[in-house]
Design a protein around this ligand. Structure first.
Ligand code: ATP
Ligand code: FE2
Length: 329
């Protein structure tokens, strides 16, 4: 069985082709970037219009398959930006209609977790999902993926991007902040904001902006301290969720999971509590369509189909809105 997946929740337009034997035949993506600002939703959608044809063709070429080999199409139904999701939805419905393929709408956040279960030995992990727009701690419990902790304001990636923008480093800022942080040596104390398993970054951002403006601190020391502080918050919340759910696997997902310091901190925490920490290759951390195709396969095998007339986008869909029919434990 072969599924073609389409991702369009935010700045990335992607097409992935995956088999039910867990083979990723193609994982092509093209992302909207800017030199100075963040994401302007309508501009990101314009970008997807420009590249979709090229990305679809490239994926089929990489996978060395034709439309006859594709059994069905899966697409990101939500959550995400309305502008970009709507375009991805149009592409998916049109292809389903033209090529006469069944359609499966999937939840993007759950796809991050399911691709981790596919690619690693993790069976029932707690997911630390740290991306641009999302920061959530997700685990399976009672037939659903539940959110045990999350950011009370913006996502950690957007927070790092905003800090990078203050420094004129461009978008996406996460990798630039990581490089700068490696040069930092002195820890500067910043607010540490964690409430139960929830986190918040707005106050820290204000504080670090003030420190930047004051001219008293080195940029690299601030980048280093910022990473140490916010990553410690995420690791603390993840550990609490693992203890609460009695799970002994942690999976990192989302674009910020590419950060090697965050990976290292998660590994240390897991080692200390005799648990396992799993990290994916970067192409599966960032938004990608292979994960959409894979979750599509799991859902399709469980008998789930999305009728064309019901294939509307769900920009605000929550992880725990989805009934998980494809897991039996
Ligand atoms: P989602 O729709 O899941 O919220 P997204 O649109 O934010 O995802 P992702 O590709 O998951 O997209 O994540 C992008 C974020 O990851 C950006 O904020 C970027 O700065 C951040 N990022 C990428 N690499 C690194 C890194 N090495 N360190 C920290 N952050 C990183
Ligand atoms: Fe994502």
């Amino acid at each position: 069985m072969i599924c073609l997946g389409i991702e369009s929740t935010a700045h990335t337009f992607g097409v992935g082709i995956v088999t039910d034997k867990k083979k990723v035949l193609a994982n092509v993506r093209d992302s909207y970037t800017t030199k100075t600002g963040g994401i302007i939703p309508s501009k990101a959608a314009d970008h997807h219009v420009e590249v979709f044809d090229k990305v679809v063709r490239q994926a089929l070429e990489d996978a060395k398959v034709g439309w006859d080999d594709i059994d069905f199409i899966a697409f990101s139904q939500g959550p995400g930006l309305g502008h970009t999701l709507r375009f991805g939805g149009i592409v998916s419905r049109t292809l389903a209609l033209l090529k006469k393929k069944p359609l499966v709408g999937v939840n993007h956040c759950i796809a991050h977790l399911e691709i981790g279960r596919m690619l690693t030995k993790a069976k029932d992990p707690v997911l630390l999902y740290a991306s641009g727009a999302n920061t959530q701690i997700i685990a399976y419990d009672g037939g659903k993926y539940r959110i045990f902790g999350e950011t009370l304001d913006g996502g950690i990636g957007n927070f790092l991007d905003t800090f990078a923008r203050e420094l004129g480093l461009g978008f996406p800022g996460g990798p630039k902040v990581m490089a700068l942080a490696k040069k930092g040596k002195n820890y500067i104390e910043l607010p540490y904001v964690i409430k139960g398993m929830d986190t918040s970054f707005g106050g820290i951002l204000t504080n670090v902006k003030q420190k930047l403006k004051s001219g008293k601190y080195k940029k690299e020391d601030l980048a280093f301290s910022l990473q140490e502080t916010v990553f410690a918050m995420l690791v603390e919340a993840s550990e609490r969720a693992m203890a609460h759910c009695e799970k002994d696997e942690l999976l990192l997902g989302g674009g910020v999971a590419c950060n090697t310091r965050l990976q290292e901190m998660c590994a240390i925490m897991c080692k200390e509590r005799n648990a396992k920490s799993y990290v994916l290759a970067n192409e599966f951390n960032v938004d990608n369509a292979a994960m959409i195709a894979w979750l599509g396969i799991e859902m399709y095998k469980a008998g789930i189909r999305t009728l064309l007339e019901k294939a509307i986008i769900r920009p605000y869909e929550r992880t725990d809105d989805v009934l998980v029919k494809w897991r039996n434990n």
